[in-house]
Design a protein around this ligand. Structure first.
Ligand SMILES: Nc1ncnc2c1ncn2[C@@H]1O[C@H](COP(=O)(O)OP(=O)(O)OP(=O)(O)O)[C@@H](O)[C@H]1O
Length: 335
């Protein structure tokens, strides 16, 4: 435990953490601090390194380089002390035991567990308590895994894609419970592919791409990093030439006859478009978190996506240092 971490009360701390599988650097030099009480979403495309980062955090894997600490010490120590509850992607069905037996067993291994009834209620599985855990549907199994993560009343809850397989109602109930749990001052880290979940339920969003954190901030900050607004209009036969040079414009995308401009100053962009008479079916909308995500995690590795993302994220507080070099307009054109 370092003095700094003791003082700052970090729940999670990665310092230059690296984990490689052969040639793949699944986690590639991650520096990260999560303070106690934060609810943090981890976003990234398939294979970005989210599960690997979570496995390092839980001490299931050791980093090849750098350090990973929980509550200022080794992850294993925090896990043994009952400070951590986790819901991982791979479900290991325990044959023959009931939901109640499983949750009670897990709770019994923690020093200060939640009452069984409360856990079952929070996870929405009170009516499944007598059912065998190896005979549940995918969504029911997912809720049991949430109950298992909660049972010990952990200070840190780690949830890897917690709402995968949940229907709309179960998903809403899950987030209500998660938020109620987080309100008690607990730290929550969850990974998700649902951007709206990160937007709605996290204080802070981390975007991971090719093992690196390419953005770190609130969803507003990520949106700003991607360009504040989108201005769309019909080209009505005119070319796209010169649109990149309009005031505020950071990127141009043309699909068919419709142009979409990502702009930092939509007023100035619209005034300039009006001066050109290019206002047919004009729409102005704030950039969505999805726009930001796509910009931050360029789909085409050949386009130098991580570097482009870094460069772009450089405008956002807490975004990682970029190595730059890729023209963002080019990147948008490939979308
Ligand atoms: N046990 C392993 N052996 C070899 N390569 C692995 C292993 N686990 C992960 N990888 C590779 O490491 C990279 C990161 O994988 P990881 O599962 O951490 O990504 P992820 O962001 O969780 O993806 P997803 O959203 O698809 O779950 C991928 O390229 C993956 O193929």
């Amino acid at each position: 435990m370092t003095e700094t971490q003791t003082r700052t009360g970090c729940a999670v701390s990665f310092t230059g953490a690296v984990k490689a599988y052969g040639a793949v650097r699944a986690v590639d030099g991650v520096d990260l601090r999560i303070q106690r009480g934060e609810t943090v979403a981890l976003l990234g495309r398939n294979g970005a390194g989210k599960s690997t980062a979570i496995s390092l955090l839980l001490g299931l894997n050791a980093p090849d380089a750098g350090t990973v600490e929980l509550f200022g010490g080794e992850p294993e120590r925090a896990v043994r002390a009952g400070l951590v509850g986790a819901m991982l992607q791979e479900a290991r069905a325990v044959p023959r035991v009931t939901v109640r037996e499983l949750v009670r067993f897990v709770a019994g291994r923690y020093p200060d567990p939640l009452p069984l009834g409360q856990v079952l209620e929070l996870a929405g599985i009170t009516d499944l308590a007598a059912r065998r855990v190896d005979r549940l549907s995918g969504g029911q199994t997912q809720r049991v895994r949430f109950a298992v993560a909660l049972a010990g009343n952990p200070a840190l809850l780690v949830l890897d894609e917690p709402t995968a397989a949940l229907d709309v109602e179960a998903r809403r109930a899950f987030w209500e419970s998660m938020r109620a749990y987080a309100r008690g001052g607990r730290t929550v880290l969850f990974s998700t592919h649902y951007l709206e979940e990160a937007d709605a339920h996290a204080d802070r969003i981390l975007v991971l791409d090719r093992g690196r954190i390419v953005a770190d901030g609130t969803s507003e900050r990520l949106r700003q990093a991607a360009g504040g607004s989108l201005v769309a209009f019909d080209l009505a036969g005119r070319g796209r030439e010169g649109l990149e040079l309009l005031p505020g414009v950071r990127a141009v995308e043309v699909r068919g006859d419709r142009a979409r401009l990502r702009t930092d100053d939509s007023d100035a962009t619209v005034v300039a478009l009006a001066g050109m008479g290019a206002i047919r079916n004009l729409e102005v909308a704030p950039a969505s978190l999805e726009d930001a995500f796509l910009a931050l995690t360029a789909a085409d590795a050949e386009a130098g996506g991580a570097q482009a993302a870094d460069a772009e994220a450089g405008g956002a507080p807490n975004a990682t240092e970029g190595s730059g070099g890729t023209d963002e307009t080019d990147e948008m054109e490939t979308v």
